[in-house]
Write a new protein. Structure first.
Length: 633
């Protein structure tokens, strides 16, 4: 039987060399073995990193000269002086836990103690449940938190602001414990499978990226926390085929469309124990989300972002920690959807806060008065703020990522918090590509990571605002050298005009590219609102696999349709609302038809592949446009 389009679900045989062929030792060629087995192009490790002493130093994890585990190493920011802050041997708790399963989870405010996380277990997506130990740097002793708690049952441990206590979640209840073996105080007592204190249910983790659901007050006397009542959420049964020769059923509380969500509320409890004061958040607690919550500069109020279930209204509320009374401050609405704001920071001693909004058609930063009556636009212009890298109230600056002229790239800018002046680009103009920054707390330095399409990243320490390179802690020389030695053809970034809409695109062409020849094309698609594919950055294994295809005579192409999160304005991103998969498929098909008319493209040999939303898109494209795409993965 002949099919005009083929869905290939079990391999890439139509694209890559037949299995069993001898692996090439040619250093200019990419093979699946080199990418996924030998790891020839693995980046030089660096981090995770934490700024300490206000930016005067930073810590990182490094392998010791001998033995297993990782040292916690401090570097002086200005001089580069290296000091082993805590050797790996001090981070090995007694008992059977593996030294490879340890993480530095932060230090006390005075730096004398560290939290070490071991024996981690997965909860939903991430390993957030395990054992916590307090390391006393003066004595070198380790003490396990939780008393007689079963192994791997503690979550989200954090030092109090004065460093004398640690709070954590254990089996859906909140506890506070003295760092030197003091009394364990249980703050909540109703935790169960359906009553969840201090952490979240599946919906909040999946939809709102929220797992750690409790906060110390600035004075350490109170804890604010989320409580979930999931007693009305029905179980969805998953079949587990992997743990034994007989399958088992695993129930997961999962609210289907229109079914009951967890009822969620916010409480404030004294850290010495006592009754919880519930914040009077308005509305049905099962049909609204408490999407974000934190202390509002002081220990007197919490600030809450409440999303309705349609997620097209985000209300900022201030809740009184003593009385539970609530007053509204700002309400953000959109005919499509609104995004939760993670960059709310307080200015002028709590008189103003920063806010991100698309109300003028672009994603911009604002400064809003505490009562919500005054709102000042800080980032003026026809461009999107991609991310906020830091807010410096003392210096009067907001640092953010943007790329007004090229949606495939990213650069560092800053602008005055009082709204005066024009934005300043801090990333050098002679470094096109993708730039990310970890800015120090004093805003004098940043760990700057830079890559470009087909160029692995390097990390350097730069001095701000002049972007002067101080040193390069991760030159990534080996990976960059091996990639530079590969046979590569030209790469073309361009735009496709589809019905008056400009879509970003790229083509990766074969080595020895001949414009007079016609090449088969494989499109790489994602197409959803979570990520772009047309990016001028190091693409890692995806880039290398695509490069291997070009070395076998294919053109690899990608297009960002409307509905992708490209920094091209609200209308570009949100046109898909209410009919997901329609506009995106139309854009991708129209762009493929245009690309198929190029002199160097064989329009009768065009395929498409993608993962996650890209798999959804691949199926859409195969069945709606079988005359365009001949195969899909």
């Amino acid at each position: 039987m002949h099919f005009r389009s083929a869905i290939l679900a079990c391999g890439f045989g139509f694209l890559v060399a037949a299995p069993g062929r001898a692996q090439s030792t040619d250093s200019t060629l990419v093979t699946v073995e080199r990418i996924y087995t030998r790891g020839d192009f693995v980046d030089q490790p660096f981090g995770p990193n934490q700024w300490i002493d206000g930016g005067a130093g930073y810590t990182t994890l490094e392998a010791p000269a001998t033995g297993e585990g990782l040292d916690i190493v401090r570097y002086d920011t200005e001089t580069g002086r290296r000091e082993v802050l805590v050797p790996a041997r001090s981070l090995t708790p007694p008992g059977p836990q593996s030294v490879h399963d340890q993480q530095d989870n932060g230090g006390s405010p005075d730096g004398r103690r560290l939290l070490i996380f071991t024996n981690s277990q997965r909860v939903w997506r991430d390993n957030t449940r395990g054992d916590y130990w307090v390391l006393n740097r003066d004595s070198g002793t380790l003490r396990r938190l939780g008393g007689d708690a079963p192994a791997s049952t503690l979550m989200f441990a954090k030092f109090s602001p004065d460093g004398r206590r640690v709070g954590y979640v254990r089996q859906n209840d909140l506890y506070v414990e003295g760092v030197d073996g003091g009394t364990i105080t249980r703050l909540t007592r109703d935790g169960s499978r359906t009553i969840i204190n201090g952490t979240t249910d599946w919906v909040y983790e999946e939809e709102l990226s929220l797992r750690d659901a409790w906060r110390w007050s600035p004075d350490g006397r109170l804890i604010a926390y989320w409580q979930f009542n999931a007693d009305s959420v029905r179980d969805f049964l998953l079949v587990n085929y992997t743990d034994s020769i007989y399958s088992t059923l695993q129930p997961v509380q999962y609210p289907k469309v229109g079914a009951s969500n967890s009822a969620v509320r916010v409480g404030v409890v004294p850290t010495d124990g006592g009754a919880t004061r519930w914040i009077g958040v308005p509305g049905d607690p099962r049909n609204n989300y408490v999407a974000r919550m934190d202390w509002a500069q002081s220990s007197n109020e919490v600030v809450i972002q409440q999303l309705n279930r349609l997620q097209n209204t985000d209300a900022v509320l201030l809740g009184d920690a003593r009385t539970g009374a609530v007053r509204p401050v700002v309400v953000e609405r959109d005919s499509a959807w609104v995004d939760v704001v993670d960059d709310l920071a307080w200015l002028d001693g709590g008189k103003r806060f920063t806010w991100i909004s698309e109300r003028d058609g672009w994603r911009h930063a604002y400064a809003v008065s505490r009562d919500g009556r005054n709102r000042k636009l800080l980032t003026k212009g026809a461009f999107d703020v991609i991310a906020v890298h830091g807010i410096d109230p003392a210096g009067g600056w907001l640092y953010y990522a943007a790329s007004p002229d090229n949606p495939a790239q990213r650069y560092l800018f800053r602008v005055r918090l009082d709204g005066s002046g024009k934005p300043e680009r801090l990333t050098p103009v002679n470094q096109p590509g993708w730039h990310t920054y970890d800015v120090s707390p004093d805003f004098r330095y940043a760990l700057h990571t830079y890559s470009a399409f087909g160029t692995p990243p390097l990390t350097e320490l730069v001095r701000l605002p002049e972007h002067q390179v101080v040193r390069t802690p991760r030159p990534n020389t080996q990976a960059r050298g091996r990639v530079a030695a590969l046979r590569r053809g030209p790469v073309e970034f361009f735009t496709v005009n589809v019905g008056g809409v400009t879509l970003p695109a790229y083509l990766m062409k074969p080595p020895g590219y001949d414009p007079a020849k016609k090449y088969p094309v494989l499109f790489f698609v994602y197409g959803g609102p979570a990520t772009q594919t047309v990016l001028d950055w190091w693409g890692g294994p995806d880039y290398l696999w695509h490069l291997s295809l070009t070395q076998q005579g294919y053109i690899v192409a990608s297009v960002d349709n409307r509905g992708s999160p490209a920094p091209l304005g609200r209308a570009f991103r949100k046109v898909i609302y209410g009919h997901l998969g329609v506009v995106e498929t139309q854009d991708q098909t129209a762009a493929a038809r245009i690309i198929g008319r190029r002199a160097d493209v064989d329009s009768m040999r065009m395929g498409v592949w993608g993962w996650s939303n890209g798999a959804f898109m691949t199926l859409n494209l195969l069945f709606r446009s079988p005359d365009v795409y001949r195969a899909g993965i």
